[in-house]
Design a protein around this ligand. Structure first.
Ligand code: SF4
Length: 270
């Protein structure tokens, strides 16, 4: 029988639709509830029978998503002393001052020292720290190609596509629908740039969550009975410099941040 030792693995067994048939608000909440022993896997009708047979009895220590993420960050920081940070800085588009590697995350400095200690100009949370550390440790240093592809086209993208749509594109579309300054704020606060491409969106903005990982957010406004839409594109080199799970985590973290900015904006104007 397969082994499960964190809630993310349970989450991946769901289809990410947040359909609520399990009486939880989201698939993520369901995954945590199962992991804590409050629900059983078979309470999600959308988990295939073969996964239930494979994982049904395999749960281990109770935990939470945030604690799991913290543990993952700890495990990655322990690998940092094993690598040459000067070489890593050259490979990742960062800089090295003799003891710390620094890269810019949407224009803000984010650093790790030779012992694995993190420091940053922005609040450090695990949703950013985990992709950052994976990037420093494993990026191949492949140059940005200028050719845009979808998340599905990334290596490892198809397996995570539902979750990407549910937790990245859909909530970001909701933010853009109600918070018209979103794209101007992206440009100003996060060093974004407008992009003109063959993708014929009403608004296209490129941000650099990591130096070799440009991300393009494209928004089509609603018109003539057609709903608005939001799609997120990546450079063709993206999966050479960061794995699809980390890309998904990073974008989901960014979307949470945009949601908070939008909430703050709306409370300031009410
Ligand atoms: S865990 Fe399953 S039942 Fe619950 S919301 Fe997700 S897909 Fe629906």
């Amino acid at each position: 029988m397969a082994h499960i030792n964190n809630p993310m693995e349970i989450y991946r067994l769901t289809d990410g639709s947040n359909c609520r048939a399990c009486n939880e608000k989201t698939c993520m909440a369901f995954a945590v509830a199962v992991f804590k022993g409050k629900k059983s896997l078979d309470q999600c009708p959308r988990i295939p029978a073969d996964s239930l047979a494979e994982y049904g009895e395999a749960l281990e220590t109770p935990d939470t998503i945030d604690e799991f993420m913290e543990e993952a960050v700890q495990a990655l920081t322990h690998k940092i002393p094993e690598i040459d940070l000067k070489e890593a800085a050259a490979r990742t588009g960062g800089s090295f001052d003799g003891s710390r590697l620094t890269v810019r995350i949407m224009g803000k400095a984010f650093s790790v020292d030779t012992r694995g200690n993190l420091s940053a100009d922005i609040h450090i949370n695990a949703w950013v720290a985990m992709p950052f550390l994976n990037y420093v440790l494993f990026a191949k240093g492949v140059a940005v190609s200028g050719r845009w592809i979808t998340f599905r086209e990334l290596h490892g993208g198809p397996e995570r596509l539902n979750h990407f749509r549910q937790n990245c594109e859909k909530p970001l579309k909701r933010v853009a629908d109600s918070y018209t300054e979103l794209f101007s704020d992206m440009l100003e606060i996060f060093n974004g740039s407008r992009e003109k491409t063959h993708i014929d969106a009403d608004i296209s903005v490129v941000l650099h969550p990591l130096p070799l990982l440009p991300v393009m957010f494209c928004y089509w406004e609603s018109e003539e009975g057609m709903d608005s839409s939001m799609h997120i594109f990546f450079d063709q080199s993206a999966d050479q410099n960061l794995d699809a799970e980390s890309i998904y985590t990073l974008i989901a973290g960014m979307v949470k941040m945009f949601e908070k900015i939008a909430e703050r904006n709306s409370s300031e104007h009410t």
